[in-house]
Write a protein that binds this ligand. Structure first.
Ligand SMILES: Nc1ncnc2c1ncn2[C@@H]1O[C@H](COP(=O)(O)OP(=O)(O)OP(=O)(O)O)[C@@H](O)[C@H]1O
Ligand SMILES: [Mg+2]
Length: 232
């Protein structure tokens, strides 16, 4: 098992009011699985992703990344777990404008004071078809290319899990489909567990499994097909 939540709840206090963003969410995601999370705006998708990614802490319940329960870790332990085990991809790419493609990709490695694995990075750039853009600045790239750089950055530390919050939200359909194609390719090559929040039914249908959330609860959880039944 790659990810497991047990009776996960998140309540936000907003002035006098309490907002139940997650209400007893129980999900189990297998290693190497490609999962879509769908649901209306405000249903709790980002909240769930942020809890899994250790960017926010639950009000109650448990979150397991592999065997490790992360919801009660200290900030330092959480940062450590996040850096080494989880890669994030955001809707707006979040690339650093003054750094070129290679520097953006290796940024998380530099943060840890480690040496980048240049062979691996070259391989990723090739698969993502941005080898020729290695020294380009983000502003000179298309949205789809920028998101592919963000994919490489998310994968640079060999995380077990990649979390993507509406990675195609700022892209037109063609570019969005490209990005999904590359994410799927990375999943095939490197067997990361990938969880994608999306509003797009067509994109969700390309994943192994679709989890639907409404008002903070899982209302549907179904396998799209059995092609990945060997994953565990
Ligand atoms: N920091 C916060 N403080 C208070 N309320 C919050 C906070 N973050 C989220 N919420 C509320 O929690 C609920 C779930 O929000 P969330 O961002 O998870 O929804 P979402 O499904 O990702 O929506 P969208 O599709 O618009 O991104 C919403 O009612 C939202 O207003
Ligand atoms: Mg959201």
């Amino acid at each position: 098992m790659a990810i497991k939540t047990v009776d996960l709840c998140k309540i936000y206090e907003s002035g006098e009011k309490e907002i139940k963003a997650l209400n007893n969410v129980n999900v189990e995601i297998k290693k190497g699985e490609l999962v879509a999370i769908i649901g209306k705006s405000g249903s709790g998708k980002t909240t769930l992703l942020n809890m899994i990614g250790g960017l926010d802490t639950p009000t109650s319940g448990e979150i397991y990344i592999g065997e490790k329960e992360i919801s009660r870790l200290s900030d330092d332990e959480l940062t450590e777990s996040r850096r080494n085990r989880i890669g994030f991809i955001f809707q707006n790419y979040n690339l650093i404008p003054v750094l070129n493609v290679y520097e953006n990709i290796t940024f998380p490695v530099q943060l840890d004071g480690r040496k980048p694995d240049d062979n691996y990075i070259e391989d990723m750039l090739k698969v993502l078809e941005i080898s020729s853009k290695k020294t380009a600045l983000p502003s000179s790239l298309s949205g789809g290319q920028q998101q592919r750089v963000a994919i490489a950055r998310a994968l640079v530390n060999h995380p077990e899990i990649v979390l993507a919050d509406e990675p195609t939200g700022n892209l037109d359909m063609a570019m969005g489909n490209e990005v999904i194609k590359f994410l799927k390719k990375m999943n095939e090559l490197y067997n990361q567990t990938i969880v994608i929040v999306t509003h797009d039914q067509d994109i969700a249908a390309q994943m192994d499994r679709i989890i639907t959330i409404a008002d903070g609860s899982v209302i549907n959880d179904k396998e799209v097909c059995i092609k990945n039944s060997s994953k565990k």
